[in-house]
Design a protein around this ligand. Structure first.
Ligand code: MN
Length: 430
């Protein structure tokens, strides 16, 4: 599973006509989601063009007869059990899906298992027990650091240790869920004492989410060479952040209530295997940077070439059918100082047990250019460089009614482009 195969073949097409040339979900992608399905707790679905194949119905129709018994867990109500299976079973399921969806002989049996994706109601794809957020973009860390510490933007630990904090799983919501503006303890610059008030500097953070598969027992680290095999797939992630709450509460233990009021994720989990053609080496470290310590040296390490973008659509813009303004665009693979596998091996290096369905956020993805900054704090430079939206509205931070939309696309000359779909959220008043 370390080299592309027939499921990535650029000539492979599907009998689902809308898959051909689809911007997100051609047959070369085949991401997983969890959807409402009758009276069940949910069903796993696979995107193909404008449709989704509901796995319980596909199994009933006779698909998957040759799969190993454990792989049939792809018919369950959430992805945890399937993601706990070994990667060669993930691979077997991907091949069986790709073969059936490309072979016209399967059309009559599987067409009744398709549903239009637009008509489905999505659920968080895993039962997520733990969520950790990292800080792996060196441009983001440098930008934010320079606002607060102009003389010393990057703290001395940054190039040695992947920085992260434990987030909260209970407030992770699926794309489309409205996000209520939080209240919290705030210390305004001109005030003499803090107050408990509505956040006035609500922000988004564009990140990739990494869903883990497999498990390591407590006390058993994940060696660097095995870390990549723990990565089941990726999604888009919005780490909503209240900057005024954050700036008062974050020292000395890191962010807390400024972050855990909501985290949005996109519904489709794009598998590590679908992303094989888009793997690319990590950017070279600076010549004067320290080499990673031995336990962080991942053999054949990779990141993924994903082009990400942020769109902002105010309530007024949506009312006149304006789909929104792209406010940032960045290359994930050029923004990160630590690779996905390094985040995994570091997290488990002390023996911390990581479980299938655990979610790791990469941290805000910011590139070197102003237009590639992944949150408003950086994009408007703490409000000193406001954005002007079409129609004349001005934004330093998010206003009530604003909708934030993330998208991600992988492109390569030798592969069919695949996408992540969307991660959306509208800000509700406090
Ligand atoms: Mn974050």
């Amino acid at each position: 599973m370390t080299a592309p195969d027939r499921s990535h073949d650029i000539h492979r097409t599907s009998w689902v006509a809308s898959a051909q040339g689809h911007s997100d979900f051609p047959i070369q992608n085949l991401p997983f989601a969890r959807v409402k399905h009758g009276a069940t707790p949910g069903a796993i679905a696979v995107a193909i063009g404008d449709d989704a194949l509901l796995m319980p119905l596909a199994l009933e129709a006779g698909w998957g007869k040759d799969l190993p018994a454990g792989a049939l867990s792809v018919g369950l109500s959430a992805l945890n059990v399937f993601a706990a299976r070994p990667p060669d079973e993930w691979h077997a399921v991907r091949l069986a899906l790709s073969d059936a969806l490309s072979d016209p002989a399967w059309e009559a049996r599987l067409r009744p298992a398709l549903r239009p994706r637009a008509e489905l109601e999505y659920l968080v794809p895993f039962q997520i027990y733990d969520y950790t957020d990292f800080y792996a973009s060196i441009y983001h860390a440098t930008n934010v650091g320079s606002m607060f510490r102009p003389d010393n933007p990057l703290l001395p630990n940054y190039k040695w240790v992947p920085i992260g904090y434990h987030g909260r799983a209970s407030s992770i919501v699926i794309s489309g869920t409205p996000v209520r503006r939080p209240r919290g303890q705030i210390f305004p610059p001109a005030a003499s004492v803090p107050t408990f008030d509505v956040s006035r500097s609500l922000d988004y953070e564009l990140e990739l989410g990494i869903f883990l598969g497999g498990r390591n027992m407590l006390g058993k680290p994940v060696p660097a060479a095995e870390a990549a095999s723990r990565i089941f797939g990726f999604c888009l992630l919005n780490d909503w952040s209240a900057r005024d709450i954050q700036s008062w509460e974050y020292q000395p233990l890191g962010p807390f209530l400024s972050k855990n009021f909501a985290t949005s994720i996109s519904p489709w989990v794009v598998t590590a295997e679908a992303l094989l053609p888009f793997r690319t080496p990590m950017p070279a470290r600076g010549v004067s940077d320290p080499a990673p310590l031995e336990y962080l040296r991942v053999p054949d390490d990779w990141t993924v070439a994903v082009e990400l973008e942020v769109t902002l659509a105010s309530e007024a813009m949506r009312a006149r059918n304006d789909p929104g303004m792209i406010v940032s665009r960045m290359q994930f693979d050029q923004a990160m100082y630590w690779s996905p596998a390094q985040l995994v091996t570091h997290h488990a290096s002390n023996g911390c047990n990581l479980y299938m369905g655990d979610l790791l956020g990469t941290g805000t993805v910011s590139g070197p250019a102003p237009e590639s900054r992944g949150c408003l704090l950086e994009r408007t430079w703490r409000g000193t460089e406001p954005l002007t939206l079409p129609g004349g509205e001005v934004r330093k931070f998010l206003e009530d009614g604003d909708e934030v939309i993330f998208r991600g696309i992988c492109r390569d000359d030798d592969a069919i482009a695949i996408g992540f779909g969307e991660c959306r959220g509208v800000v509700l008043p406090a």
